[in-house]
Design a protein around this ligand. Structure first.
Ligand SMILES: [Zn+2]
Length: 250
C-alpha cells in the first residue's frame, strides 16, 4: 500500500492572526502544532504537505487565502486534509467539523477529537457537520475534493488557554496517534526526544512533581513528571508560569 498522503492546513497566517487572546495568536499555535504533527507523521511513514510553513497568508484577503488553500488541496489529491484551528467565543473544549456525516473518515475524526479531548475536554457534540458552524459552512471542508476535517483544538479566550498552552506539545501527539491508528501505521517512538534529557527514576520524578504541585507552584504534576522523565520538553511559557508562581510565593 502506498504511504497515506495527508495535507495539514495551519489555519490563518500573515495579516490574519485568527483568534487572539492573552497575548497568544491562533496563527502561531496552528503553525506550531501542524509542524509537530508533520514531523510525527513523517516519522510514521506518511507523506505530508503543509499549506503554509511560515507566518504567511496565501492571499491578500481571507476569501483569496482560503481559495488558494483549497486549490492546493485539490491539485495535490491527498488522502485526507486536516485544517488546524483554535476556537474563540468563550466556550471550552475541542470539536471537529466534517463534510455532511464525515463518510469514510468519520471514525478518524471521532478518534482525533476524542484524543484531543483528553487535554481539554469536548465542546458539545465532538463531531459536527460543517453546516453547523455559525457561518453555515467551511471552505476547507466543503470545497475540497478529498475527505477533510477541521479541528478546533481549544478555546483561546477561556480557561482552556493556560491548560492548553501548558501542554501544547501534546496536541500533535494526540492527533498523530489517531492518524496512525486509522491508517494502520505504527506510532513513531520518541527515542530521539527521550535521550535529550537524562531519565530520572520514575518515583523520584513523581515525588518531585507532586511536591512542587503541593506547594502551589505548578498546576499539573503529571505534565511536569513527564518533563522530569525527559518524555516531553517544557514549553517556555510553562517555565515562565513556574517562575511567576515562585516569585509570588517567596
Ligand atoms: Zn481559525
Amino acid at each position: 500500500m502506498a504511504s497515506p498522503f495527508i495535507i495539514i492546513d495551519p489555519g490563518h497566517g500573515g495579516f490574519d492572526p485568527g483568534a487572539v487572546s492573552g497575548g497568544v495568536q491562533e496563527k502561531d499555535i496552528t503553525l506550531k502544532v501542524s509542524k509537530q504533527l508533520q514531523g510525527l507523521l513523517q516519522q510514521a511513514g506518511f507523506r505530508v504537505l503543509l499549506t503554509r510553513e511560515t507566518d504567511q497568508a496565501l492571499g491578500p484577503n481571507v476569501p483569496a487565502d482560503l481559495n488558494k488553500r483549497v486549490a492546493v488541496c485539490n491539485s495535490n489529491k491527498p488522502d485526507f486534509i486536516l485544517s488546524v484551528h483554535v476556537n474563540a467565543g468563550g466556550g471550552t473544549g475541542a470539536e471537529i467539523y466534517v463534510y455532511d456525516d464525515g463518510g469514510s473518515i468519520r471514525p478518524l475524526a471521532q478518534k482525533m477529537v476524542e484524543n484531543v479531548s483528553t487535554l481539554v475536554g469536548y465542546h458539545g457534540k465532538p463531531v459536527k457537520s460543517s453546516t453547523e458552524t455559525p457561518q453555515g459552512g467551511l471552505a476547507m471542508v466543503d470545497n475540497t475534493h478529498a475527505p477533510a476535517a477541521l479541528i478546533e483544538l481549544f478555546f483561546i479566550d477561556s480557561s482552556d488557554r493556560q491548560k492548553a498552552m501548558a501542554s501544547i506539545d501534546l496536541f500533535a501527539e494526540q492527533m498523530a496517534q489517531a492518524l496512525c491508528e486509522f491508517y494502520n501505521l505504527p506510532y513513531p517512538n520518541r527515542q530521539t526526544q527521550t535521550t535529550l534529557a537524562p531519565q530520572a527514576p520514575y518515583d523520584h520524578a513523581r515525588v518531585l512533581a507532586q511536591g512542587v504541585a503541593n506547594r502551589g507552584l505548578i498546576s499539573d504534576p503529571d505534565l511536569w513528571e513527564k518533563v522530569l522523565k525527559g518524555q516531553i520538553q517544557p514549553d517556555r511559557q510553562w517555565i515562565q508560569v513556574l517562575f511567576e508562581n515562585i516569585v509570588k510565593k517567596v
